[in-house]
Design a protein around this ligand. Structure first.
Ligand code: SAH
Length: 246
């Protein structure tokens, strides 16, 4: 049976998921707590990476090299960048890029030196399953008054580019600069592209799913806090449960 790794950066993003793991046991490694067990008939290993690209890369490496995870699902919250990407929507990555990588003029801007890549791939079939799972989870969450009240509009699932960098993007000037540099970016966060680089190195399938907690603008810190504490956890669990069914 294949082992699916589930990673999120923050406690709140995993808060609903960890108690749902059956026959759970935990192991400490590299300053992280790994939860091994099952979700239904799926063998899973869940872990909080911490925030930022290095924290995410260390965690992904442990999952692949030590725990031999056969596929990786990164879940969490992100800031919306694309024009129609609203708080409460979900973005499933079809590629990931480090927006703060810049070794120009020696290498093209955003390219990770010596990999030849700026945009790291995801697994198409797994990501499609996650997108279907996210749509099903949204349909389910629509019936929960808490999520519906906070979001205030019907949520949508988007597919496209997610960009990552070691910066919480919380001014309109910064998000505008990102939109100009990367017009097709749908969402910004701080871990996904690092995990994608590790999964690419190990040739292990990856999907990244983010619910939009803020618009990466001057109100980002307010929206972010409310969404994180009230919606991110339950929505994350629902997305994972639904995604594993496909
Ligand atoms: N704990 C701090 C900082 C959180 S950093 C706080 O409470 O303010 C933001 C986390 O959420 C990261 O893990 C990142 O992946 C994601 N995220 C959500 N919105 C983001 C944004 N606008 N810019 C960058 N990362 C964002």
């Amino acid at each position: 049976m294949s082992r699916t790794a589930l990673i999120a950066a923050m406690h709140e993003e995993l808060a609903a998921l960890l108690p749902a793991i059956e026959d759970a046991r935990t192991e400490q490694r590299g300053g992280r707590e790994f939860w091994l067990g099952r979700l239904g008939e799926h063998e899973v290993i869940a872990v909080r990476s911490g925030i930022g690209k290095v924290a995410a890369a260390v965690t992904a490496t442990l999952l692949l090299d030590h725990y031999q995870a056969q596929r990786v699902l990164f879940l969490g919250v992100a800031g919306g960048l694309g024009p129609g990407v609203k708080v409460g929507d979900v973005v499933v990555a079809d590629a990931l890029l480090q927006h703060d990588m810049d070794a120009s003029p020696i290498f093209p801007r955003h390219e990770v030196p010596l990999t030849g890549l700026a945009r790291f791939p995801v697994d198409a079939a797994f990501s499609a399953a996650v997108a279907r799972g996210a749509a099903a989870a949204i349909a389910q969450a629509g019936r929960s008054t808490e999520a519906a009240e906070l979001v205030g509009h019907p949520s949508r699932v988007h597919r496209g580019l997610i960009v990552s960098g070691d910066r919480f993007v919380s001014t309109s000037a910064e998000s505008q600069a990102l939109r100009e540099a990367l017009p097709d970016a749908l969402a910004v966060e701080m871990e996904g592209a690092a995990v994608a680089q590790v999964c690419h190195a190990f040739d292990v399938p990856l999907a990244v799913v983010r619910s939009i907690s803020d618009r990466a603008d001057d109100t980002a810190h307010i929206d972010f806090g409310a969404f994180l504490s009230r919606v991110a956890g339950p929505l994350g669990l629902a997305i994972v449960q639904q995604a594993l069914r496909f």
